[in-house]
Write a protein that binds this ligand. Structure first.
Ligand code: ADP
Ligand code: SF4
Length: 689
């Protein structure tokens, strides 16, 4: 298929200083959790982006010196020449497909604890570290500033030596040293680098000039700059100093990469933002410079992309998350395969990997992070190893993904789903406030299954062991999901909460189905992921009084990893929910409950007409065990293998269920990715001889 001419504009080449991008698709710098600890994995991931059609492919943050050491989180490092090969490897893979390679040089200043290097963190003035109470950051003297500029220049030269086409100066996300100099709340200096804006911007200007000198005309110079901190008058605002900085530096870089700060605003989830959510501020940049501009906004629709270019908001479509969810997004537009685009759902599971210091994962794209380690490719699957039929029981994320991949491999597949609709938990959860985009997990897979003639789907088909036996497929996969417990057993309570069996006690599904209609409703969240906070919001939407009790210090604690926690807790408080943190639910009685302090054990009575327990889930594994434990029955039914995937194996995130379904289907009848007991390739440290 060929591309729709309406999208031609997206494929125009654009000049960036001395280099030219073949199109307007720009994978902006984004973390992968791989960095210099997993250089092969990093290079393979970036290479697949280039193969997928992105005109520019950038690294994540690249630390220029041990004074900016963010370990155990792994980003890239260009501390000395021994780091160059990590980059050269990625450059080779990116250039192979005709894309430009961008390197984002960074120094985290007072945002880095330097836990490994054990060097005092650097800041414009003496102050507390941004993320850790200790060590405090040290105010830089003029010698430190000169040294910092030298390190940056040296790193820029190394980037060019490695083959970079674009070299970045990084001043965004509120975690960059030049940004710390720019912001009066961090910069309390009274010399030529402090005080009026012209002084606070001095270091950034110098870095741009130094970097230009270091790279010459061998590479383009880019500036990543956050034009607004979304803090109103307490921070940098586009209408004030944000705009002034762009005006002052307008023609210095060859490219402006603009966004909002901090990271929670830049990578805002779909629960709290729409596609194009940064346009209100970044759209003003183009009028102030003749240089090309790139920005992000979770753009997945080619029509939106065309609008952004034609209306003069940007010259490039910048993407981090849309590129993670579908590395082949540009190619699919180019080949007229719009329906095949796997759209990002804006859930930030990708971010969670980085924060936990492990390689990236994605709810939509199970391949990401596995490009090198398991040699997976998003557009190809191994051919089938037999003509055996596979029966998949359950059409949630795990079952759908397994059916899709097995189908693409050429197996005859039957997918049986109990409900009237496919999607499992995604179908329920996408109806919760702000989660409509999550339905894309289901809808993309249904779209792909509809193109396969060898996959039969049966709805309203609850299969028991007799049905499975009678069906006669040699391979049976249970993707039957899990069920929320109703006894209160979870992280904190390892045995039933007294009163949990009462008629006033409900599970999440009752709230989703609208069966909880009287307040006050007490939600006990001992799951700590998203569900407790989401149900609270849904009940508030239904105009019920909500009391949320959690043993954690934070509501929906897991969401610190998806950058949403503060937004969730703020929203619940603003809407009048009563929050009891660091409290356990000890007893449920008619009309009220008892909660106790984590530390003193002191009990308090709380009024509650209804109670919703959000604690743990149990796998729906009963039918599986009728076979797995009975080889005689399997033989009788001619079943060769029986397996469990997704939540049915162990309740987890949707991302994990999709990955599990993919892993099963890709490795079914095929060579496993790893060797022996290790299921994947590992990157090894090289011992010095
Ligand atoms: P996962 O995230 O692992 O895919 P879900 O709970 O989202 O798990 O999906 C499981 C799906 O399996 C649900 O749609 C459910 O209706 C379906 N299911 C559960 N038990 C059976 C069964 N015995 N027969 C057919 N479908 C089932
Ligand atoms: Fe998008 Fe979620 Fe994938 Fe991140 S994890 S790229 S937010 S779908």
């Amino acid at each position: 298929m060929s591309r729709d001419p309406r999208y031609d504009i997206l494929f125009e080449p654009v000049k960036i200083g001395p280099v030219t991008s073949k199109n307007r698709f720009f994978q902006v710098p984004h973390c992968t959790g791989m960095g210099s600890n997993w250089p092969n994995a990093h290079a393979a991931l970036r290479g697949q982006r280039a193969e997928g059609g992105w005109g520019v492919v950038c690294t994540e943050e690249v630390m220029i010196h041990p004074t900016s050491d963010e370990l155990p989180v792994s980003s890239m490092r260009l501390w000395d020449d021994s780091d160059i090969p990590d980059f050269a490897l990625a450059v080779e893979k990116v250039h192979e497909h005709g894309a430009l390679f961008g390197v984002e040089l960074a120094h985290g200043g007072l945002s880095r604890a330097n836990l490994t290097s054990r060097i005092a963190p650097l800041a414009p003035s003496h102050q507390a570290n941004k993320y850790a109470t200790l060590p405090q950051a040290r105010g830089m003297d003029l010698y430190d500033i000169a040294e910092f500029r030298r390190w940056h220049s040296e790193a820029a030269k190394r980037a060019v030596k490695a083959g970079a086409d674009i070299v970045y100066v990084y001043c965004a996300h509120n975690i960059a040293l030049p940004m710390h100099f720019l912001l009066p709340r961090y910069n309390r200096r009274n010399d030529a680098y402090g005080g009026k804006l012209e002084n606070r911007v001095r270091l950034l200007r110098e870095l741009l000039e130094d970097t230009r000198e270091a790279i010459g005309d061998k590479a383009a110079l880019a500036l990543r700059f956050a034009v607004d901190e979304r803090m109103g008058a307490d921070g940098l605002q586009w209408q004030e100093e944000g705009r002034e900085v762009v005006e002052m530096l307008a023609e210095l870089p060859d490219l402006w990469d603009v966004n909002v700060s901090g990271w929670e605003h830049d990578s805002k989830t779909s629960r709290f933002s729409e596609e194009g959510f940064q346009e209100d501020v970044i759209s003003g940049v183009k009028a102030l410079t003749t240089k090309p501009v790139v920005g992000v906004g979770r753009y997945t629709s080619p029509d939106s992309m065309v609008r952004v270019i034609k209306s003069g908001i940007m010259d490039f479509i910048g993407a981090a998350r849309p590129a993670i969810a579908d590395p082949f997004l540009p190619k699919k537009i180019e080949n007229g395969r719009i329906d095949d685009i796997r759209e990002c759902i804006g859930c930030n599971m990708c971010v969670s990997g980085n924060i936990q210091a492990v390689p990236i994962r994605c709810t939509q794209n199970p391949i990401v992070g596995e490009e090198w380690r398991r040699d997976w490719h998003p557009e190809t699957v191994p051919p089938k190893g037999s003509d055996d039929q596979v029966l998949i029981v359950g059409g949630g994320p795990a079952g759908l993904e397994a059916a899709r991949v097995l189908g693409e491999r050429g197996y005859p597949v039957t997918l049986a789903e109990r409900e009237k609709q496919l999607g499992g938990r995604v179908t329920f959860e996408s109806k919760l406030p702000g989660l409509a985009a999550w339905a894309r997990v289901r809808d993309w897979r249904i779209g792909q299954l509809n193109k396969l003639t060898n996959v039969d789907v049966y709805l309203e088909s609850l299969l028991d062991d007799n049905d499975v036996m009678n069906f006669g497929a040699p391979h049976v996969v249970f993707a039957t999901g899990s069920t929320w417990r109703r006894d209160g057993v979870g992280v904190t309570n390892r045995s039933t909460i007294p009163g949990a069996g009462g008629g006033n006690v409900h599970g999440p599904i009752d709230v989703m189905d609208g069966r909880v209609i009287d307040g006050p409703v007490l939600i006990f969240d001992d799951d700590h992921h998203t569900m407790g906070g989401l149900l609270a919001e849904k009940l508030l939407d239904d105009s019920l009084e909500v009391v949320l009790v959690t043993p954690s210090t934070l509501v929906s604690e897991f969401t610190t990893l998806t950058l949403e926690q503060a937004f969730i807790q703020t929203r619940l408080l603003e809407r009048g929910a009563v929050l009891h943190t660091q409290k356990n639910l000890t007893a449920i009685e008619k009309g009220h409950c008892w909660i106790s302090c984590n530390y003193t054990g002191r009990e308090t009575e709380v009024e509650a007409a209804n109670v919703v327990l959000v604690t743990a889930r149990l796998p729906n594994e009963a039918v599986y065990h009728r076979f797995a434990k009975h080889p005689d029955i399997m033989e009788l039914a001619d079943i060769k293998t029986v397996s469990m995937i997704g939540d049915c194996l162990a309740p987890q995130t949707i991302a994990a269920a999709v990955h599990d379904g993919h892993l099963y289907a890709r490795e079914f009848d095929a060579e496993p990715s790893g060797q022996g007991d290790v299921p994947y390739r590992r990157e090894r440290m090289i011992l010095e001889s």
